[in-house]
Each structure stands twice: as structure tokens, then as C-alpha cells.
Design a protein around this ligand. Sequence first.
Ligand code: GTP
Ligand code: SPV
Ligand code: MN
Length: 589
Amino acid sequence: MRFTNPKVVGWLEEWTALMQPERSVMVDASAAMREQLIATLVELGTIKALNPQLRPGSYLASSDPRDVARLESRTIICSEREADAGPTNNWRAPSEMREMMRKLYEGCMRGRTMYIIPFSMGEVGSPFAIYGIEITDSAYVALSMLTMATIDDRVRAAIDADGVFVPAVHSVGYPLVGREDVAWPCNPEDTYIAHFPETREIWSYGSGYGGNALLGKKCLALRIASVAARDEGWLAEHMLILKLTSPRNEVYYVAGAFPSACGKTNLAMLVPTRPGWRAETVGDDIAWLRRGPDGRLWAVNPEMGFFGVAPGTSVKTNPVAMETVARNTIFTNCALTADGDVWWEGMTKEPPEGLTDWQGRPYTGEGPAAHPNARFTVSIEESPNIAPERDGVPISAILFGGRRSTLVPLVTEARSWEHGVFLGSIMASETTAAAEGAVGRVRRDPFAMLPFCGYNMGDYFGHWLSMAETDPQALPRIYLVNWFRRGADGGFVWPGYGENVRVLSWIIDRLEGRAAGSETPLGLIPKPEDFEVEGLDLSENWFDLLFSMDKEELIAEVDLIREHYARFAEHLPKQLAAQFNEFEESVHR
Ligand code: GTP
Ligand code: SPV
Ligand code: MN
């Protein structure tokens, strides 16, 4: 089961010579491979088996406390020209970056096993699949990739046949020279996650965590794929995909771009509270979208697993996720209960007695017991509610959402594709624990792609606009949503989760021409009589709390958007400058 293609063999030899692993292992999808990886990780202390009575087939991984989230400051787009990385990405010249990182990689796998992981993002054999080979010295990464990507012998054979793959190099950057291994080796001082968009390569060093290390996910399926999508006329997006069946038995597919830890997994696993509605998950993090022969935008989820946020997940908020992670799940940085199960903030109202926190210390009640970015890694096959459609679904509506305590209404409808692109381009959201840095600071995160766009974001806006050059009426309608408005008491006004079906219900009514709306500077909002709130515990002035826009704040927003747009200089499409002028006028009207 080794490679024979000279291109693949040559690449593997080059990196083996540079990184000098003690041995190498070809990763396959066999049960024996999984068991071997688990045994290795248990022995090292990276993961602990959970109580098989409570959480069969499941493990808890504890990371180094310095390696708990994506590192945006260390994520770099190494395009030949700086302008092609754009104003929102870190940029380094490829030759300079290669030279610097080659030094880091030299001997970095000494004393270690190099895992060779041929994988596919997307269905094997589909023209839309992208194949890659990740080489890594982390058994945790290898085990996680087995869940998140498609790994089987057809992928290896296809790569061996034509030598076409995205080379993805990963090392934790902790060679075993004159020292013993540790439970979570990493190298925070020298961490870099580098992308070479022109040659479609990924070089990652120093972190073993999620998006920094599982290179099929953010690095390939978003950053590299977004560049391929630009060149080939499709879209690679940070989006969930939901299948929704209405009480009239009409089926709709909805995609939604929300920034990290802003509700994609939860909406993808929606359990509707309104009678007659049914929801199923197609994808929870990444969508690849293309125009079909019918002109519609068709979406696939290129992933095979969920790497989801644990805190806030409970039987009440997300029963589908709770059922999905009931077995065969790797948890990372959750708290451990006295009886050998996991716990996190929000799972139950009160933490159980005898808890061990995510860093392995007896929990004293101070600070969170689970890390705020604690996650579960689980196959989509464990979900009780996965939609059978894997090879593309036609999207009827696209949602752009974020965390905004104020200003942005619960839902608005864009007036056109172009206006929708404007709304996507001005999205902002309060930062979360999914990346390093302060939490709760409002920042512009266009299309929820700020950390994931592999090229100039201004050009990316233009690429979105270009989708409407042909057959614009076949494209999905675009909506802005915000589940996170806060009231005077600081709490969320909107109950969210399963109740979000009420927003989807209004959206479907709009698509079917059954509901009217009122114009606002941010698009059309519902008429109160068209928006179903029966059975909700809302105050008398619910409509204002959820939908009103403060004029002063809108005026301030105009200035913030002007600053945001100024960054893109000549890369800002003219249509968006025009949209901005219209927005400004409507605010002052
Ligand atoms: P990434 O995996 O980081 O890309 O995040 P995501 O967008 O999939 O976020 P996820 O659905 O995991 O939600 C993150 C946090 O937001 C969790 O703590 C959820 O409980 C919380 N959340 C999700 N949906 C809602 C909602 O409708 N209302 C409220 N109040 N919180 C929500
Ligand atoms: C995100 O941060 O958007 C994630 C988690 O989905 S990670 O894979 O770590 O990027
Ligand atoms: Mn994500």
C-alpha cells in the first residue's frame, strides 16, 4: 500500500530526508489503524479513555494550555505578490517563508513516527473532490483526520495514478532529541500555518490544534479551495448546509455563513420547535458551491465529520449534537467528571461534584472547567439526523450571521444578489474563543471568511458579484441574521436554537411570496403580523427589541464601514462602493 508514482514518492522522500522521522506509517481507514493510533495516544497520555458505560468508544484529549485555538496571527498567505494576499491576511514572500520554515522542519521529526495520510475532501471520484496528502508527526492529527476527511484506498489509488494532490506538511515542532516526549508536544514560539496559493501547498508547524493542524479543513477546504474556486468559477465557503422540510412538505436547502463559534453547527442540527417542520444536517462548517446546469447554486459538504464547539451544547439547546457525541467521539479540552465522563459549561446548569478541569486540576469553581473552545470530533455517521444527500443540494437561501449585541436585526432580506454581497462584505461579529486573542470585540468578518480567504478579500467580493453575471434570478436569496441581540439585562433577547425555525419559516414565506416586509437600511424586515412568536416568552415590545435600529448607531456604522472599505482600495468592486453610497443615503433619509 505504498505509493509508486514518482511525483508522490519524490515528495515523500524529500520531506523524509528533511524532517528525519524514525519511521513512517501509511494511514488507512482500517479498524486496526484506528486502534493503533488510539493505543499510541493513550500510552503517551494525550488522550484518556472515557467510561465505556457512559461514553462508549470515546476519549478525552487535553492539549497544552498554549495550544487551544486557531492562531490567526501565525496564519500566512504566501502568494508571490503581496496584493494577492490582500489587506486582511498576513503575507510573507514564498521564497522567504520557505527558507525560514525549512530550517524549522530540519530534523523536526527525529525520534518520531511520520504518518502519511492520503485524503479526499469531497466524495471520492466526484469531479469536485480535492485530494491531498498530509504528512504529520501527530497521532492525534492522524486520528482526527480519519474522522474529518475521506480516507480510503480509492483515494490513495487515485493519487498514485496521476500524482495530483495538495501537499500538506505538518509537524508539532518538537523533535525527540535528548528529551522525552510529552502528552501534547507543540512549539508555540515557532508556530506558522503557511499557504502557497499559486502552487497549492500547505506548510504547518508548531501547533497540534484543530484548524492549525487538520490541514484538510480550513487550510485546504477553505484557504486553498477559495483560490481554486476563484480560478474555476465556484465558491468555497465557511458555511453550514441545512435541509429543511416545511409543514407543506416542500424541501428547501439553506446555507449559512456565521463566524467561528457563532452558531453554524447548532443551526445545522436544528430541532424545529414549530409543528410540521423537519430539519436535517448536510454540513456544519464548510460548503463548496457551484452553479448547476439549471443555473441554481448547488452545495456539497466536503467534510466527513464534525469538529464542533462543546460549551453551550446541551440536551435542551442541541439534542442532536448530544446524541451524536454519545459514543465514538474524541473530546478535546473538556472537563472530566468523577465517573469518567465529560462535562462543559452549559451542558447542565450546575457543574457536577468532583470535576477535573481541562488542565487536569481539581475544579474549584473558579473560571471555566472546560476550555471555552473545547471541541468534539465525531463522524457525521454518528449523527441521528444526517441528510442522505452527499453529492450536491440546490440552495434556496443564504444566511449571513454574526454576534451583534445591538444594531443588526434578527433577520433582514437583501434586495438583490448585489445588495446581499454588500451585506456579506460588511458583516461584523464579536470575537470568540475559536481563535487567539480577546473575546467579545466587534470586528469585520466579511462572509465569515476573514480568517479563511486565501486571496485578496476585495477580489473575493468581486468574485461573489461575478456569480450574478448570468441568470441572477436562479441564485439563492440572501438574508442577514443575528441570534445574539441583548436586552437591557444583558441577556439574549431571542431564545435561539430550535426557535430559529421561526426565522427560517419567514424566509420560506418570502421565497414563496407569502409574506411582505418593510424596508430598512439593512434590507427588508418582517411585518410584525407575518412573524410567528406564539408560545414564546417575549416582552410586549419584542418587535422593537429584535428589529429596531438605533439611528445614532447606524450613523456610527456608516463610518466604520467606510473605514473597512477603505482598506481594499482599488480592489473594492465599484458595485459595492455604489451599494455603500446607497446605504449611507438611506441611513440619513
Ligand atoms: P465553528 O465550528 O467555530 O466554525 O463554530 P459554529 O459556527 O459551528 O458555532 P456553534 O454552532 O458551535 O456555536 C458556538 C456557540 O454559540 C455555542 O456555545 C452555542 O451554544 C452558541 N449558539 C449557537 N446557536 C445559538 C443560538 O441560536 N442562540 C444562542 N444564544 N447561542 C447559540
Ligand atoms: C473555526 O474556528 O471556525 C472552526 C474550528 O471550525 S477550527 O477547525 O479549529 O478552525
Ligand atoms: Mn469553522
